[in-house]
Ligand binder design. Structure first.
Ligand SMILES: CC(C)(COP(=O)(O)OP(=O)(O)OC[C@H]1O[C@@H](n2cnc3c(N)ncnc32)[C@H](O)[C@@H]1OP(=O)(O)O)[C@@H](O)C(=O)NCCC(=O)NCCS
Length: 439
């Protein structure tokens, strides 16, 4: 992990701050386009008063770490993992190679790749007790809730995982988690369907094995259509990391207490469970169903423009020209529908996209389809119920969470996450005991 430069090399790269309360001036170095919040803390009216702090709910303009994992340029629609463009990885790589890249920082040699795939494949099984407690969930338990609980529970099966300062130990837990997430995700799905759990098949690829654990019934061997396995693999790649989003921030924040990685990743799954993070593609499907037919699109668009509702799957906090993942997903749609037959909602989605992209309202606000606009359609075509969409996202995001966690653990600058607050409550009240207050 790179240490931050002690001060800006270029003396002109600084900010002169004049505190009008005191008339004092301060030089604050600018490094990598940021100033240090601690430097602002030196700005104070007296020794007794706390220094100046920044107020940033949702961390919209605060860098919490230095990271070499993922680069995003939202204006230009660029997403790179360890410097490699997402388009190239989606087209020419596979999920396990991308996972290796994210975790290790560089592409594997043939030997490293084979060893990595072997390790991941042979850690797909979970302890039988995991199976027992997963059976204990209510019949209609949400699979994401089950995934969150079961990945957290793995910390009790691997108590040595708390030795986070040992690189070999960290590697072991990283392998285990990438290997076991599909098992836990598939079993959460099977539980909701009242079907028996399917054990991993280590002769299959990562994605084929996942499909087998999800859909295998009485056949000897589950034979996934390679085009569907490939489409799912691409979807996992597209979701593998997205720098400091809500769930990654949760993993880092919880991980900063130096807890084991299973607990930190469970926090990431919890964050992803929320509708503002992982649930938009489900909302897209609901919206498309409600629109019902192409004829109803103009009226729907008018409603959006009047502010009655949002066009789900459009717009992004970071991407303001296009979401590179959406372009790749659109191509994957074609491949999947070639096998499964076209989802009737696709026609509505395509027409909706066409109309919106030509409409002044969306052009002016730089609203383009995001990753969720088409992913729900693919998941549905692959026979996933909407509750499973976020589980798939979580399985894809696991290498990213772990790469970020691994980076955090080795970053000498990191401290336990502990934001400041602006206190707005009462002070110095006198406590009156209950018997007097209620008398
Ligand atoms: C993703 C999202 C939360 C980003 O929000 P944001 O960066 O905070 O953008 P803002 O809310 O500031 O939106 C800017 C303007 O575009 C409008 N807008 C943003 N997304 C819109 C959408 N999907 N449909 C219609 N209008 C939208 C806002 O109403 C606002 O208009 P105004 O300037 O007239 O008030 C937002 O675009 C959204 O809710 N999209 C739909 C949900 C979705 O697809 N989420 C998945 C993200 S991967």
């Amino acid at each position: 992990m790179t240490d931050a430069p002690a001060a800006a090399a270029d003396p002109a790269a600084s900010l002169t701050v004049r505190d009008n309360r005191t008339g004092s001036e301060y030089e604050v170095p600018i490094v990598d386009g940021t100033i240090r919040a601690a430097d602002l803390g030196k700005i104070r009216t007296s020794d007794e008063e706390p220094g100046l702090a920044v107020y940033d709910p949702g961390f919209v303009n605060t860098a919490s770490c230095r990271s070499a994992v993922t680069f995003i340029d939202g204006d230009k629609g660029i997403l790179e993992y360890r410097g490699y463009p997402i388009e190239q990885l989606a087209e020419k790589s596979n999920f396990l190679e991308v996972a290796y890249l994210l975790i290790h920082g560089e592409l594997p040699t043939k030997e490293q790749y084979d060893a990595w795939v072997h390790e991941i494949t042979y850690h797909t099984f979970v302890h039988e007790n995991v199976k027992s407690f997963m059976h204990g969930f209510r019949y209609d338990a949400h699979p994401m809730g089950m995934l969150m609980a079961s990945v957290g529970a793995l910390s009790t099966f691997y108590p040595d995982a708390r030795n986070i300062d040992d690189p070999a130990n960290r590697h072991m837990q990283i392998v285990r988690m990438i290997a076991k997430m599909p098992t836990l995700g598939a079993w959460s799905f099977r539980h909701a369907q009242g079907k028996p759990f399917v054990y991993p098949d280590n002769e299959l690829s990562y994605t084929e094995n996942f499909l087998s654990m999800l859909f295998k019934m009485s056949e000897q061997k589950f034979d996934a259509d390679p085009r569907l396995a490939k489409a799912l693999d691409v979807l996992l790649i597209l979701h593998a990391d997205h720098e400091q989003n809500c769930s990654t921030n949760a993993v880092r924040s919880v991980g900063s207490s130096q807890v084991d990685p299973y607990s930190a990743v469970a926090a990431g799954v919890a964050a992803l469970y929320g509708p503002l993070h992982g649930g938009a593609n489900e909302a897209v499907l609901r919206m498309l169903r409600r629109i019902g037919s192409k004829e109803n699109i103009p009226a729907f668009i008018e409603g959006v423009k009047a502010g009655n509702e949002k066009l789900m799957g459009f717009g992004h906090r970071v991407y303001k020209n296009f979401d590179p993942r959406a372009t790749i997903i659109k191509k994957a749609c074609d491949d999947v529908f070639e096998v499964t037959g076209v989802n009737p909602l696709l026609e509505i989605a395509q027409e909706l996209e066409k109309i919106a992209l030509e409409d002044e309202y969306f052009i002016k606000r730089k609203l383009y389809p995001n990753v969720d606009f088409y992913s729900g359609l693919i998941y549905e075509a692959l026979q996933f119920p909407p509750e499973m969409f976020t589980v798939l996202f979580a399985i894809g995001r696991t290498p990213g969470w772990l790469a970020q966690w691994n980076e955090l653990i080795q970053d000498k600058e990191q401290k336990i996450a502990r934001p400041k607050q602006i206190y707005t409550g009462d002070r110095q009240l006198t406590f009156v005991p209950a018997e007097e207050r209620w008398a």
